[in-house]
Design a protein around this ligand. Sequence first.
Ligand code: PLP
Length: 481
Amino acid sequence: MRDKLLDLESRSRQLEPGPQARAKARDHLVSYSENFLNTIEDVKAFNKTDDQGVGLFDAPIIEDGIGIEEAIDLIRENVDTPGLNPASGGHLAYIPGGGIYYSALGDYLADVFNRYAGVFYASPGAVRMENMLIRWMCDLVGYPPESHGNLTTSGSLANMIAMVVARDGKNIKSADVPRSVIYLSKQTHHSIDKGIRVAGLGECILRFIELDDLFRIDAAALEQQIEQDNIAGLNPFLVVASAGTTDVGAIDPLPEIGEIAKRHGLWYHIDAAYGGFFILTEEGKTKLRGLELADSIIIDPHKGLFLPYGLGVVLVKKVEDLKRSFRFDAHYMQDAFAGPDEISPAEISPELTKHFRGLRLWLPLKLHGLAPFRACLEEKLLLAKYFYAEVQKLGFECRLEPELSVVVYRYVPKTGDANAFNKRLLEAVVADGRVFISSTVLEGNYTLRFACLAFRTHLKIVDTLLDVLKENVARLEEETV
Ligand SMILES: *Cc1c(COP(=O)(O)O)cnc(C)c1O
């Protein structure tokens, strides 16, 4: 048996590359990523290729390993070339991503050290760091000391957790579901609907409240509907507002909805995945008044703090509500919760073993300080105002003044169908590839969207978009004559 063990040991030790092998792999990887970062301004924001990464299938997972060069070649060709380049400042579609570099270094350290961030007993420092970040975000939104939250992988998961906590907070049992009512709007992000279904609330009555002229929930209509539902013997229990809708960046009337929720005893959830971190700017702080009234809030550092994908946050005003939904008991964990002086993520979240994702947020916040984040967010708000003004000078119509950093715009051609024209215009912009834009449907009209949240988006890129739009409008107008 000892011989067998030694033989297995020598083979399994291949999983521990020595200093030279580590240096070789690391240097190759660093030089690949450095080259990417040094040329990021020249790389296309969108790259339509024919093969779309299918070459990966020619290199299946087999017994033998390959060299780092070969591995990087596979990644370059199949992963990092086709499709959207979210690291580009030319990403002006959907809600743009980012990928600040120090986050990558945080992930690197988190992965090398592999601290167990689920339980205080295992890694008091990691848990303190994550709790400290959650505390910082609770303070940002104006939450009291008894608030807490979870660092999740995304806003969608954060919304799902909030739906579960709302359900339990209002004690909705399965028998109550058919007569229980949730209030939201047609502009509510679809992850709320997913969360509702995952939480077992899919058969609740959903009331999509009318929107006002600015695509915000009409608070008076909301209250009227709640009153009607009460009279009808139903059980109104949850209202969801958006602080920055994905579509147009509209902010629902947060203080008014807060008062209504309080008056009628509803759980108040605010989805601030996109808009929340604008609270770091003076303008955002004013516009996001009322955030603190919510029972739960989600915000997305991988949007508003420009982190690489993989970090959303749910904040809950009373930690007791998180404990109620996610408490657990396991004999094999009996030593782990012997009176820690910090709450462990595992006690108040659906996860046990988890990535130490706090480090990817902490490191950039500490290395940069907050000031450049504030500046970058303020710049995005101002770029939206700039684009709004300039695109109209090119003859585009803008249905709304930008509330945050999304602008909706469409061109009405001299002749022909405007919807088809704007669709062709979008296709031309995407084919050009320097900037990447997306569209939506507003009041039945195919409408283009400018969404500015990538940290690498600066004046020059917005000017490039304006140029590309101008060129293509002229060309398409000529073609249709
Ligand atoms: C992006 C977004 C979400 C979903 O967040 P993910 O991190 O993409 O899962 C939820 N709500 C709003 C308003 C969003 O913009």
